[in-house]
Design a protein around this ligand. Structure first.
Ligand SMILES: NC(=O)c1ccc[n+]([C@@H]2O[C@H](COP(=O)([O-])OP(=O)(O)OC[C@H]3O[C@@H](n4cnc5c(N)ncnc54)[C@H](OP(=O)(O)O)[C@@H]3O)[C@@H](O)[C@H]2O)c1
Length: 284
């Protein structure tokens, strides 16, 4: 069952489900919070617990906050062994963040590393920050607006714990972004589609940077000089990834996560669990 808060359930999510060998896909769009209990009950009460692993629920949609609310409400529908596995990936944010962090980890351990996240207040940027902070990386979370950056940092600390090192920074142009990259080990560009956050000159202006990852696939890219298909491509000594370069791993994570839902009737896959699926893929 594909539950989506958008009027039309995501065609992308439907196709990935079919590519993941789901036999029958029931896609529901425009799902409201007071409708999810009935829809989940429809999946729970059809079979005995031993056969409930044959049904699973996926939560998607471009309204990340709404989809997350649906997922949280659905979690409360189960009792005892009467449950079905569920996965939450609103607007692809969990699978994308997991894949981006794992691409970076091909080149460096994140522990005690300075990691700059440009456009860090969005769903993808915040999730990258959670994963990096949880691995004891030193996150610098950038926004055009200080209050938004501070609010995002507070939210990340509330998830990871007060030990998380997450520093808000205001960046309004590419020059400030380059300055912020001084002494950084890695940079993620998680800004809105079609917005350039770093001009081409960044490569000459940084030293010590090991990885640069741009998640924006819509021209112009988020980081000048990075091509969408870059996948560990070395530019000026920096391993670079573009959106398609990260997308290969993201798709593997999405498909394997979906497939794992049917191994049990009690899996609950949110950011951390989806990241673990990615770790298994990377370990080979
Ligand atoms: N490869 C994939 O499979 C995949 C999947 C999902 C998403 N993505 C891409 O990942 C990126 C992040 O996704 P998202 O949904 O988190 O993004 P988003 O919410 O649309 O935007 C992220 C942040 O970008 C900043 N921003 C918005 N407009 C801006 C502008 N005109 N100039 C500078 N900054 C601006 C905002 O931060 P402030 O307002 O706080 O500055 C916003 O919070 C996007 O480029 C998206 O297309 C890729």
């Amino acid at each position: 069952m594909q539950f989506d808060s958008d009027e039309h359930p995501s065609s992308f999510d439907s196709i990935v489900a079919i590519d993941s060998a789901v036999d029958h896909l029931l896609a529901y769009g425009g799902v409201k919070i007071d409708q999810i209990t009935g829809l989940i009950h429809g999946g729970m009460f059809t079979r005995g617990p031993a056969d409930l692993n044959r049904t699973a629920a996926f939560f998607g949609g471009s309204d990340v906050a709404m989809t997350t609310r649906l997922f949280e409400r659905a979690k409360g529908c189960f009792f005892g062994p009467i449950r079905i596995s569920m996965m939450c990936d609103p607007n692809g944010a969990n699978t994308t963040a997991a894949a981006a962090v794992l691409c970076a980890k091909r080149h460096l351990s994140l522990e005690h590393r300075k990691v700059v996240i440009l456009g860090g207040t969005g769903p993808v940027g915040c999730r990258i920050a959670v994963l990096v902070a949880a691995q004891h990386g030193k996150v610098v979370l950038a926004s055009r607006n200080r209050e938004r950056a501070m609010a995002a940092c507070d939210e990340i600390k509330s998830i990871v714990g007060d030990h998380a090192t997450v520093e808000p920074v205001t960046i309004t142009d590419s020059r400030a972004a380059v300055t912020c990259l001084r002494e950084a080990d890695a940079v993620f560009a998680a800004g809105a589609a079609g917005v350039e956050l770093l001009h081409e000159s960044w490569v000459e202006s940084t030293s010590g940077l090991q990885v640069a990852i741009d998640l924006n696939a819509v021209p112009p890219g988020g980081i000048g000089q990075i091509e969408v298909a870059d996948s560990g491509t070395v530019r000026g000594g920096v391993a670079c990834y573009g959106a398609i370069g990260v997308g290969g791993l993201k798709m593997k994570i999405h498909r394997k996560s979906l497939q794992s839902l049917f191994e049990t009737n009690e899996a609950v896959l949110d950011l951390n669990e989806i990241y673990q699926v990615g770790c298994e893929i990377e370990c080979g």
